[in-house]
Design a protein around this ligand. Structure first.
Ligand code: 2BA
Length: 109
């Protein structure tokens, strides 16, 4: 058995949790805070059978990988007759940091 500790960006945490649940994975969800940015993220503790670790990591990867999206830049409108051209700027969203550790023993009491 392995313990997967997955620190998920808050943008993706909800989706990742939904997908893990749908695929039958058990996890404990903890609200956490990154030490550098001091912003919220979500930490998942997942006790996982060895042969299911790759499936779990693939699901997490697919739904939380860092990617760049184009966000519209808010523009001030001078008059209602003036057309607004909304340029976009690239913003990096998502991302997860995952640790996989061996579990010596697991008991449910
Ligand atoms: P990431 O490296 O993708 O890390 C995202 C979050 O994952 C971190 O949030 C932290 O909560 C967790 N994390 C990352 N590495 C870890 C580790 N070795 N052990 C335990 N938890 C870990 P933040 O600490 O708020 O960092 C956010 C982002 O800021 C990082 O993204 C990285 O791109 C950058 N960063 C972090 N520390 C930095 C530093 N000392 N100098 C420059 N940039 C830093």
């Amino acid at each position: 058995m392995k313990m997967i500790t997955a620190i998920i960006n808050k943008t993706d945490a909800g989706t990742v949790c939904d997908v893990l649940t749908k695929n039958g994975f058990a996890y404990t969800k903890i609200g956490s805070t990154g030490g550098f940015l001091r912003s919220g993220n979500t930490t998942l503790l997942m006790g996982t059978e060895d042969d299911q670790v790759e499936q779990a990591l693939n699901l997490i990867r697919r739904h939380s990988e860092k990617r760049t999206i184009e966000m519209p830049v808010p523009l001030m409108q001078e008059s209602y007759m003036t057309p607004i051209y909304t340029p976009t700027t690239p913003v990096v969203v998502g991302g997860a940091v995952v640790f996989v550790s061996p579990v010596e023993r697991c008991e449910k009491m």
